[in-house]
Write a protein that binds this ligand. Structure first.
Ligand code: 13P
Ligand code: SF4
Length: 348
C-alpha cells in the first residue's frame, strides 16, 4: 500500500507528463485529497460549461458523480474520453427517476392535462431522462438557474413537470409566487398523484429528493434560533421547503460560496449543504464563525467514493494507454439530451 505522499507524487508526475492532454474538473463537494488536483472547480452548471468549452483535452477525469460525467461526455467531442475514477459514484436522487417511470408518468399527465405541460429536469438526472425531456420540448435546470428556467418554461406552457427533485422544484416555484396549493406531487412508485391534481395546478413535482440535504431539518433551524439568534442560516434549495422558508438565505452551491466570501469578518453562519464544502468554507474563512446546520455533518457518500487511491488508479491506467471507467452516452440519447442542455445554456 502506497502512502498519501507517494500517491500525490504520482498525480503530479502524470499531470505534468500528460499536460493539456488531461483535464480534471472537480465539483465543490469533492474531498480535499482529490480537489486539490483539479484544473477547474465549480458547481454543476459551471462544470457543464467548462466541459463544453474544453475541446482539446484527450482525457477528462471527472471528479464528481456519474450524471455530471455523462453531461461532460455529451458536451465534449468524439475524440475526448471522459473517465469517472469510481463507477460507484452515483447519485441517489438521479436514481429516483428512471425511463419506465417517466414514460408512464408522462402518459398519465398528458391524459390528465393534454398539451399544457412542459418537462424540466434538474441536471441531477440520468442522460436518458435528459434525452426524454429534450425530446418533449423541455430543458435541464441547475440549482443556480432554476428560477430563470422555470420562467422560461412558463412562457411555453401552463404547467411544468419538474423532476427528479421535488424540493428544488417546490422552493423555486414558491419564490416565483406560485402557492403550494397549485403544486402537486407525482409519486413514480405508485404512478399516482399525491394531493389534489386540480385544473389550475402549475407544478407537478416528481417525488424525489437528495438524501444529503434532507438531513437538514426544521428542528436544527429551531434549535439555532432559540440558542444563537444572531447566527445566519444559509441552505441549499435541495433542502425541504420548511427548512428553506425558516432559513435566512438559500441558494446554489455557487451562491453559498459567494455569500460566505462576501460576509464580514466575525459574522456567524450555519450552513445546510454537503460536508466537504462546509468544512472547506470553515477552513478557508478562519475570520468567520461557520458551522454545519446539522451538527452531525452530512457527507454525500457517493461524492466521497472518488478518493485519492481511485483517482490515482484512473490516472495510471490512462498513463498506460488503457483508460478504465469510460463514460460513453449512447449517441441517440446524447443528441436529445444535448437539446435539453443547450436550451438551458441559451436561457441563462
Ligand atoms: P449544485 O452544484 O448545482 O449546487 O448542485 C448540488 C448538488 O447536489 C450536486 O450534486
Ligand atoms: Fe446526489 Fe445529493 Fe449527492 Fe448531490 S449531494 S450527488 S444530489 S445525493
Amino acid at each position: 500500500k502506497r502512502s498519501t505522499l507517494e500517491l500525490e507524487a504520482r498525480v503530479n508526475e502524470i499531470k505534468s507528463k500528460l499536460g493539456k492532454r488531461l483535464f480534471i474538473p472537480g465539483h465543490h463537494y469533492q474531498k480535499d485529497e482529490v480537489i486539490q488536483f483539479s484544473d477547474a472547480t465549480g458547481d454543476s452548471l459551471q462544470l457543464a460549461q467548462i466541459s463544453a468549452a474544453n475541446q482539446e483535452a484527450e482525457y477528462v477525469v471527472f471528479c464528481g458523480v456519474h450524471f455530471m460525467a455523462e453531461t461532460a461526455d455529451i458536451l465534449t467531442g468524439e475524440n475526448q474520453t471522459v473517465v469517472l475514477p469510481d463507477m460507484r459514484a452515483g447519485c441517489s436522487m438521479a436514481d429516483m427517476a428512471n425511463m419506465e417511470q417517466t414514460e408512464r408518468a408522462w402518459g398519465k399527465l398528458v391524459e390528465r392535462y393534454g398539451d399544457t405541460i412542459i418537462p424540466l429536469t434538474y441536471v441531477n438526472s440520468t442522460a436518458e431522462i435528459k434525452a426524454f425531456v429534450g425530446k418533449n420540448g423541455g430543458a435541464t435546470v441547475t440549482s443556480s438557474n432554476a428560477e430563470k428556467m422555470l420562467k422560461w418554461a412558463f412562457r411555453q406552457k401552463k404547467r411544468i413537470l419538474f423532476l427528479p427533485d421535488q424540493h428544488l422544484g417546490r422552493n423555486t416555484a414558491f419564490d416565483l409566487g406560485i402557492p403550494l396549493s397549485d403544486m402537486v406531487v407525482w409519486n413514480p412508485r405508485t404512478d399516482e398523484f399525491e394531493g389534489d391534481a386540480h385544473d389550475d395546478v402549475k407544478m407537478i413535482l416528481w417525488k424525489g429528493h437528495c438524501s444529503v440535504h434532507e438531513n437538514f431539518r426544521l428542528e436544527h433551524v429551531e434549535d439555532l434560533r432559540a440558542n444563537e439568534p444572531d447566527r445566519k442560516i444559509l441552505v441549499h434549495p435541495e433542502c425541504t421547503h420548511d427548512v428553506v422558508r425558516a432559513s435566512d438565505l438559500d441558494g446554489s452551491t455557487k451562491y453559498i460560496i459567494e455569500t460566505i466570501e462576501q460576509a464580514p469578518a466575525g459574522s456567524k453562519w450555519a450552513i445546510g449543504t454537503e460536508m466537504n464544502l462546509v468544512n472547506r468554507l470553515i477552513d478557508s474563512h478562519p475570520d468567520k464563525d461557520i458551522v454545519s446546520l446539522n451538527p452531525e455533518m452530512c457527507p454525500c457518500l457517493t461524492m466521497n467514493r472518488i478518493d485519492l487511491p481511485h483517482f490515482v488508479w484512473a490516472l495510471e491506467q490512462i498513463e498506460k494507454g488503457q483508460p478504465v471507467n469510460e463514460i460513453r452516452v449512447d449517441a441517440a440519447i446524447a443528441k436529445d439530451a444535448k437539446l435539453a442542455i443547450e436550451r438551458m445554456f441559451e436561457n441563462v
